[in-house]
Design a protein. Structure first.
Lengths: 331, 369, 242
């Protein structure tokens, strides 16, 4: 059974236009100002999810390490944000763009370095010995997750901690008749910057070339003389660092940090990985935006379905494309 | 050639003896303790703990059938546990609290569990292994969401409280006078119902994994390609294993509902339960069934009795930075998590696997040719 | 006095899991010559190549490359000694462009212009598809890309696994020409092939494998001229296999 070439080309191109398509489809379903608010909210949420998921898609896709502990690094980033913003409360409370940006910047930097370092330790101590056995990876990283979460609670306490946004990021702008939260614009901007940087890194550098080739066929990259395993630790650390950054942004968005803030995201991140395909940053980006948008649109149109809607989306995508929208690598 | 009593024991255990004197002793002790729990450890709390151990032995063992014997890492197991529990709970809440309701509810829970397990099994046809694990996590999450959203049916976040059949209620008296110092009331009846059903299910699982079917499962776990090449429809076997595992988990859930006379999302559907099961199976020893049994004991006991120990330790460390927080009784899971990681690294065969290995006679290393 | 072979295998055994695939392989690949490794399916030819490249670890025996033992070394280190590998599956990165595929085979300095021109002259189709993703190439073009990648920089040894598999006769002829041109540059090549016509056209030495062992070594010319020997070793005759 062969589909016509035109149909096949349409089928191949479809994943690329899904996000714009969704935006268009939703336009007549609600008033323009609502559409604008929800779209920005969805895109912002998608960008933050992208930060958290980007590292993991490479860790799964390139290293073939199936870690279920990624949520711990998100949680760590979130709690570090609480500590940093708390320590710089004066700057955070001031009505000054520069001071507020500085607070955010410092929180992001601290989270980046700390979760990157934690990722390094995690890779050396826990992941290192279970390369090659997917089952043991899953088991041991679940164990690592438990330990990490308990350690975090031991340090910061079991109670949820409030995390107010810096003063200039609170409130909304009025654009096109809709109230757009300022923070969402900041989050979206950061997400775009990170995506752009990753895109450049992957497509314009030798390291990026190795990563893209390695995701497809690790053996061949080694047969070309590259010690790709040395790259792994770098990818893992970058992944956990990004998760920490995502954790900071998400924590500020929620304004409340609990010990399970990272684990809650894990399910959504897995859904993004399944939808986007393992090893593809572009796929991860598209999938993250889809998940963010769907969550917000459905949250407005059918609130009861909101939480389950992304899971249903994942199932639908799996039925259509069992390896995700942008599968990379031989199977 | 085994004769007489040993032969009957072998048939009962389906030829799967624990192995090793220490292991045999531990399991014998466990069996005896559970069989006589109301008399050895009188008191509502202790009997409750013993009943919980029985239920978790069955639940963990059913998970071992999937994880240890078939090699499938699914995170949806608590969902099946919850289905059985909610089945019985809803039946007893809606219908007259009699044995008919219990059986109907249990049957409904089991049926639903089997249907969903088959669907999930068919999913594994299309997606690769790691996707499968992630999807089971999402499906379990979906079930949790449904349970909390469908308030009218499931009681939402608060759960369902209901009455149990007369024979199981605390007011019921089996005998007018206490026997061996213990009053034979509904709680004792409930306990022995749970004990007998759990034992029966455990022996059933032993039979299943030691049958030709079970051996095919293990072949699939070892090398799926080879099993396919040998002509076994691996998807069929894996789905069957999943359905069996799910059905038994659902029955365990039904027992849990009868024990607590309450069921809510936190009791049966939460991820803490899933983590607990995982810890039990791995620490106890995957692929042995006896392993999860011991693991269940370790974990339930830790949950109840480790905490006072830790509290005392934390008290003695007061004033030292950070350490008291690490030994806070609420941090018991930290230490179990550490144990879990150590077991996966250094003792991947778990308690039972290690004990069995030590019990085996030492063979000389092959001579280098 | 015979010079030392560039690559020598002595008593190499390889186990994959529980399966004992190579049962003591003895092989010598002489410098500047093209050695054919023949044998029927399942004889162990691919396993031999993968063992040489370090993708499988030998469980016993010696592998010596230009006097240095390489058995047990990691694949990237083996490749860095100057051995290029073209696997049966070609190892093309479909998501990367033709240019990027070739770039991966170059050192930090990138392409050597003269060398690149030479290679593209050998396989002009690649020049056309330079910026296209490698996944869009035809089977024959992919094979050309795989071989180009192996020769874009000077290598001391080329290890090639069944390059003509599934290709049209015209493409096979093109490959034969390419290999003959390579040979004129004194490159040492170890080539696994099922296509006897290809083998006869380019091979200098030949080794035949069966059941994980080498059962015959000698010159290609001698084998090509001896139909009875061909029949015995390979179950075919020259005339019947074009």
């Amino acid at each position: 059974m062969t589909a016509s070439p035109a149909l096949r080309r349409f089928n191949e191109r479809l994943p690329y236009v899904l996000v714009p398509l969704l935006l268009l489809v939703m336009l007549p379903a609600m008033s323009f100002s609502t559409w604008l608010t929800l779209t920005v909210a969805g895109l912002a949420m998608g960008m933050m999810l992208f930060l958290m998921a980007a590292g993991l898609t490479l860790i799964f896709g390139l290293m073939q390490v199936f870690t279920f502990a990624h949520g711990a690094f998100i949680t760590l980033g979130a709690y570090l944000a609480v500590s940093v913003v708390g320590a710089l409360a004066g700057w955070s409370g001031a009505e000054s763009w520069w001071l507020n940006l500085a607070v955010l910047g410092i929180a992001l930097a601290v989270a980046l370095l700390a979760t990157g370092a934690a990722g390094y330790v995690f890779e050396r101590v826990i992941i290192r010995r279970v390369y090659g056995s997917h089952l043991r990876q899953i088991l041991i990283t679940v164990g690592g997750l438990i330990i990490a979460e308990q350690l975090i609670v031991a340090i910061w306490g079991a109670n949820p901690l409030p995390l107010p946004k810096p003063a200039s990021f609170r409130g909304s702008l009025i654009l096109g008749g809709a109230a757009i939260e300022k923070y969402r614009l900041v989050a979206a901007a950061l997400g775009l910057v990170v995506y752009g940087a990753l895109h450049l890194l992957l497509n314009r550098t030798r390291v990026g070339l190795l990563v893209r080739a390695g995701v497809e066929n690790r053996e061949m990259v080694e047969a070309l003389g590259y010690r790709i395993r040395r790259l792994f630790i770098g990818v893992f650390v970058a992944g956990t660092a990004l998760a920490g950054v995502g954790g900071v942004m998400w924590a500020l968005y929620q304004e409340l940090v609990t010990r399970s803030i990272g684990s809650e995201m894990t399910i959504l991140i897995f859904i993004i990985l399944v939808i986007g395909g393992l090893g593809s940053i572009g796929g991860c980006f598209t999938a993250a935006l889809l998940v963010g948008l769907v969550t917000n649109y459905v949250g407005f149109l059918a609130p009861k379905l909101a939480l389950g809607s992304t899971i249903l989306l994942m199932m639908l995508v799996l039925l259509w494309r069992p390896r995700g929208l942008f599968p990379v690598g031989a199977e | 050639m085994k004769r007489g009593g040993a032969g009957t024991l072998d048939r009962l255990l389906s030829g799967d003896r624990p192995g090793g004197w220490l292991l045999n002793l531990l399991l014998l002790l466990l069996l005896a303790s559970l069989a006589l729990a109301p008399f050895l450890f009188p008191g509502t709390r202790s009997v409750g703990v013993a009943a919980r151990i029985c239920i978790f032995i069955v639940l963990a063992a059913s998970y071992d059938v999937m994880l240890g014997y078939t090699g499938i890492a699914s995170f949806a197991h608590t969902m099946f546990f919850g289905m059985g529990a909610y089945g019985v709970a809803i039946a007893l809440a809606r219908l007259a609290p009699g044995w008919g309701a219990v059986l109907l509810g249990a049957a409904a829970g089991v049926a639903l569990a089997i249907v969903v397990a088959v669907l999930i099994g068919l999913l594994s046809l299309r997606v690769r292994a790691v996707f499968f694990s992630m999807v089971t996590l999402a499906v379990a999450s979906f079930a949790l969401i449904l349970a909390t959203q469908l308030r009218d049916l499931t009681g939402g976040e608060d759960g369902l409280t209901f009455s149990v059949p007369a024979a199981l209620s605390p007011a019921f008296r089996l005998a007018a006078e206490p026997v061996l110092g213990v009053r034979l009331d509904g709680r004792i009846v409930t306990y022995y119902l749970i004990f007998v059903v759990s034992l029966a299910l455990f022996l059933l699982m032993l039979r299943i994994v030691n049958s030709p079917f079970g051996r095919v499962l293990q072949a699939i776990r070892e090398n799926e390609f080879r099993a396919e090449a040998l002509g076994y429809r691996t998807v069929l076997y894996r789905t069957l294993a999943g359905a069996l595992s799910a059905a038994i988990a659902a029955l365990a859930g039904g027992l849990m509902a009868l024990l607590l006379r309450y069921n809510g999302p936190d009791v049966t559907l939460s991820f803490t339960v899933m983590i607990d099961i995982l810890l039990m199976v791995v620490i106890g020893g995957m692929g042995t069934l006896y392993g999860p049994a011991l693991g269940a004991v370790v974990l339930v006991m830790a949950e109840y009795y480790l905490q006072p120990v830790m509290a005392a330790l934390a008290g003695s460390l007061a004033g030292v930075p950070l350490l008291p927080a690490l030994f806070d009784p609420d941090r018991w899971l930290l230490w179990l998590g550490l144990l879990f990681v150590l077991v996966v690294y250094f003792f991947p065969a778990g308690i039972v696997g290690e004990l069995r290995a030590r019990a085996r006679p030492v063979t000389s290393a092959p001579r280098r040719g | 006095m015979t010079e030392t072979p560039l690559l020598r295998l002595a008593g190499v055994h390889t186990h994959i899991g529980r399966y004992h695939i190579l049962h003591g392989v003895d092989l010598a690949v002489r410098r500047g010559r093209l050695t054919m490794l023949l044998g029927r399916n399942g004889a162990g030819k691919t396993t031999t190549l993968r063992t040489i490249m370090g993708l499988w670890r030998p469980s016993a025996g010696e592998i010596v490359f230009d006097g240095a033992p390489i058995g047990g070394m990691e694949t990237p280190d083996i490749a860095r000694l100057g051995i290029a590998y073209v696997p049966e599956s070609m190892g093309i990165f479909a998501q990367l462009t033709v240019r990027e595929n070739l770039l991966l085979a170059t050192g930090p300095a990138g392409f050597d212009k003269a060398r690149l021109d030479e290679v593209l002259a050998l396989f002009p189709a690649l020049k056309q598809k330079w910026a296209d993703s490698a996944g869009a190439l035809s089977g024959g073009q992919k094979q050309m890309l795989a071989i180009s990648r192996a020769i874009i920089e000077n290598r001391r040894l080329l290890v090639v696994d069944e390059p003509t598999k599934g290709l049209a006769p015209a493409v096979i002829q093109h490959l034969i020409d390419a290999f003959l041109r390579l040979k004129s540059t004194e490159t040492t090549i170890l080539l696994v092939e099922q296509n006897f016509h290809m083998a006869r056209s380019v091979g200098d030495d030949v080794a035949v494998m069966d059941d994980g062992r080498i059962v015959h070594t000698g010159s290609m010319a001698a084998l090509a001229g001896d139909e009875a020997l061909q029949q015995h070793l390979l179950g075919l005759s020259l005339a019947s296999h074009q």
